[in-house]
Design a protein around this ligand. Structure first.
Ligand code: HEC
Length: 429
């Protein structure tokens, strides 16, 4: 829908923009009926819907809009929707859900159960239209397929006319399918970690010390996914004595391995590793004990040494005011020539877009940020001493409270985690 004068109230006009994805819905009225109280993790993404509903209900003093009851057609589900969902959704939402998906989408009656506005079909219409489902990293439906799902689920009231959801100016970084020969593997994993029924959005940390006996290079990272039904995503970080914690690798469904073309990341006997696993047992499965983690392929410390550097405003010193759109940005000067291999943007829940610029020219841009979007992008780039490197994060804070930079999930961050060589601690200041 387009924001038009007719629907604006002074309260909404001044402060809120309809998110991009919403602005491309083809019709608006049923949104008013679809807004519902959100689970805490989805709170922010749903606030604009509620506001939109208010604007629609009372914005112009005209007749209140009430959409007719919508029960998506069963015959169409069986004939066209089910085959489509089978291809695009059942890898997670099958009879036995995987990767933290909360329910199967395999049987028509369960989709239309419950009060209108809270049924699975209502959530399907919103999440597919927003472009936040399937999660980033998983294969995405074509535009026409998304349109078909949203039209069916909303009884033709909504459609998807233009691409929505995350898009990046560079392709994700991809690694060869098989690891190089002659390396040894070292796993760091949870050990039968119990994920209770209904444990949703549990971020669990596991710490490891003394993982190698002598200096090694990590050549390649791969996720080890044990109980795929509950593992939503995971990250691996390294702490070295006297230095800041650094991200090494991150995985979400669809993310592949990360492999350095040659050389790798140095790992010493003193280093500590932190594995963080995001669990989702929304399907309330009983008796889940998970041993997922990361497999590292390590070899002799020879060849190019990389370091993960983290230019950007970071996790301190900025505030996103309540009910605002604003940016956090830093610019630093490259101290010595370095080569960049790949870069991973990192923000939390209220990020919208992300940019890296060199001397003012864009080298990486990501739109439609979602928190699950923790991918490395292919960014072969030679930076010369004296060049200016800018990292900018854009945020939309629809809530009534300011969001501060900080370390908790509900705080904000702005990093460009970037693999560089040579391994200079502070290559940009
Ligand atoms: C790679 C795995 C994966 C795929 C593929 C996937 N989903 Fe999901 N889905 C999830 C996970 C994990 C959640 C729970 C977390 C969330 O809500 O983001 C979820 C949640 C949902 C929800 C509940 C959302 C809410 O806001 O209450 C709906 C509806 C949904 N998915 C529909 C779909 C549809 C339709 C497709 C196919 C077009 C699909 N999903 C494909 C993993 C997946």
């Amino acid at each position: 829908m387009r924001r038009s004068g007719r629907h604006d109230t002074p309260a909404t006009q001044a402060r809120f923009d309809v998110p991009m994805s919403m602005s491309r819905f083809s019709k608006a009225a049923p949104l008013a009926r679809m807004a519902r109280p959100a689970s805490p993790s989805r709170r922010l993404s749903l606030v604009p819907l509620t506001l939109l509903a208010l604007a629609l209900a009372c914005g112009d003093g005209g007749p209140e809009m009430v959409a007719p009851a919508c029960v998506p057609d069963e015959a169409t589900y069986e004939a066209t929707l089910r085959p489509l969902l089978e291809q695009r959704c059942f890898s997670c939402h099958g009879e036995e859900p995987q990767f933290g998906a909360p329910f199967p989408l395999t049987r028509y009656p369960t989709l239309v159960e419950g009060p209108e506005g809270e049924r699975i079909v209502d959530r399907m219409a919103i999440r597919i239209a927003e472009g936040t489902m399937p999660p980033v990293g998983a294969p995405q439906p074509e535009l026409a397929e998304r349109d078909a799902i949203v039209r069916w689920a909303s009884c033709g009231a909504l459609g998807v006319e233009a691409p929505t959801g995350p898009s990046a100016s560079r392709p994700p970084f991809s690694a060869p399918a098989d690891p190089p020969a002659g390396l040894t593997t070292v796993d760091v994993t949870a050990e039968d970690y119990v994920v209770g029924p209904g444990d949703v959005d549990r971020y669990q940390d596991f710490f490891f010390t003394g993982v190698v006996a002598e200096e090694r290079f990590i050549r390649r990272f791969e996720a080890v996914v044990d109980d795929a039904r509950v593992v939503h995503h995971l990250t691996l970080e390294r702490a070295q004595p006297g230095r800041a914690m650094r991200y090494l690798y991150t995985w979400a469904p669809g993310t592949g391995a990360f492999e350095f073309p040659e050389g790798g990341i140095r790992l010493g006997p003193e280093d500590e590793l932190r594995l963080e696993i995001h669990y989702n047992n929304g399907a309330a499965l009983p008796d889940v004990a998970d041993s997922s983690g990361v497999r590292r392929f390590v070899g002799d410390p020879v060849g190019t040494e990389y370091l993960m550097s983290d230019p950007g405003p970071g996790a301190f010193g900025f505030v996103v005011p309540a009910r605002s759109e604003s940016s956090a940005e830093t610019t630093c000067t490259v101290r010595e020539d370095v080569t960049v291999l790949a870069s991973m943007p990192h923000m939390h829940e209220i990020g919208t877009s992300f940019e890296v610029l060199v001397d003012g020219a864009e080298v990486l841009r990501l739109d439609g940020w979602s928190f699950e979007n923790q991918l490395f992008y292919d960014l072969p780039l030679a930076l010369e001493a004296g060049q200016r490197l800018t990292v900018r994060c854009d945020y939309r804070n629809a809530s009534a409270d300011p969001v501060r930079a900080g370390l908790r999930t509900q705080d904000e961050m702005c990093f460009a985690f970037t693999y560089i060589t040579p391994a200079l601690e502070n290559f940009c200041e």
